[in-house]
Design a protein around this ligand. Structure first.
Ligand code: CP
Length: 325
């Protein structure tokens, strides 16, 4: 167990050691158990988290805000477009100023090519931890909740197979950050990972290489595939969601055309029947029902999407308690 995490930024879990990630999970399970028992844990009494959003959110906003209240503190909701950020407040100014008002700064900024750099610039100027609520490259708090949920279901997931697959959804161009954070994290827990996508929907090359290296170091399997149906066969975890073709085109019309080229990439019961009997279906939500995944699967016996969403709360509380305490 690591006990020196106070003050640490969490922009990507790739910058945290496996021991440190294990500590986050250990505390997350403790806080979940205590909440179930009605045991109060005001570990951040009088502390304040700034939550700065450049992009919409349901789960992330609600779970960080509820988590801070349950830890005895407060979370302030700030939107870029209703503040002077829209009129020129720089990342340095935000880091300096919000860092003096608050005990942590959480940011969601998903704009392609901008988000991660913005978080890095705020962190550089901030005296308090910066927590990544999703950027264009990473969604570490989603991946942390996901691995917690997998461990809850399977125990030690070493040797299990996880399929991270692209899925069809033209509703809006979703960031690649969920898939990338998951791809980096799961092999560190010894899981064999299959990354499945059409050729136009690549992830960032350096992220894929880091993930491959994580798998090699953990003696885990690492496979790249472009056959949606084959990705399901005898897998333990199905994580099928849409992302945009950012690595192929910057033209949104072309991106939508490419997405629609693969309209058959929707998870249905026929796919789940080819997975292992105790396989789980995961999705970070929001999902486009009957476009990305059928109602029968997302509401069916394999789906654990609500446990996944719940674990955002417990795992983020662990991050905040350990970094902001
Ligand atoms: N999974 C997730 O990050 O959900 P929100 O976009 O609603 O925050």
């Amino acid at each position: 167990m690591q006990t020196h995490l106070r003050g640490r930024d969490l922009i990507t879990l790739q910058e945290w050691t496996k021991d440190e990630v294990d500590t986050l999970l250990d505390v997350a399970f403790q806080l979940k158990r205590e909440r179930a028992l009605g045991v109060a844990h005001p570990l951040l009494r009088d502390k304040v988290l700034a939550m700065l959003f450049f992009f919409s959110s349901t789960r992330t906003r609600a779970s960080f805000e509820a988590g801070m209240a349950q830890l005895g503190g407060h979370a302030q909701f700030i939107e870029s477009r209703t503040t002077q950020i829209a009129h020129g407040d720089t990342a340095k100014e935000i880091g300096e100023i919000l860092g003096r008002y608050n005990d942590g700064i959480a940011i969601r900024h998903c704009d392609w090519g901008l988000g991660n750099q913005y978080l890095r610039d705020v962190a550089e100027a901030s005296r308090v931890p910066v927590l990544n609520m999703q950027c264009d490259v990473y969604h570490p708090h989603q991946a942390l909740a996901d691995v917690m949920t997998i461990i809850e279901r399977f125990g030690d997931p070493r040797g299990r197979t996880a399929t991270i697959s692209w899925a069809h959804d033209p509703s809006y161009l979703k960031p690649i950050s969920v898939a990338q954070s998951l791809l980096l994290l799961l092999p560190r827990f010894g899981m064999n990972v299959r990354l499945v996508h059409p050729p136009e929907f690549q992830l960032m090359g350096d992220i894929v290489e880091q993930a491959r290296e994580n798998a090699r170091a953990a003696h885990a399997g690492f496979e790249l595939m472009d056959d949606f149906d084959a990705g399901f066969v005898r897998t333990d975890v199905v994580y099928a969601k849409s992302w945009g073709a950012m690595m192929t085109t910057s033209d949104e019309t072309e991106d939508t055309r490419l997405i629609n080229k693969y309209a058959s990439w929707m998870t249905d019961e026929r796919h789940m029947m080819t997975a292992n009997e105790d396989a789980i279906f995961m999705h970070p939500l929001p999902a486009d029902r009957n476009v990305e995944v059928t109602d029968a699967v997302i509401d069916g016996p394999h789906s654990i999407v609500y446990d996944q969403a719940e674990n955002r709360l417990h795992s983020q509380k662990a991050v905040m308690a350990l970094t902001m305490g």
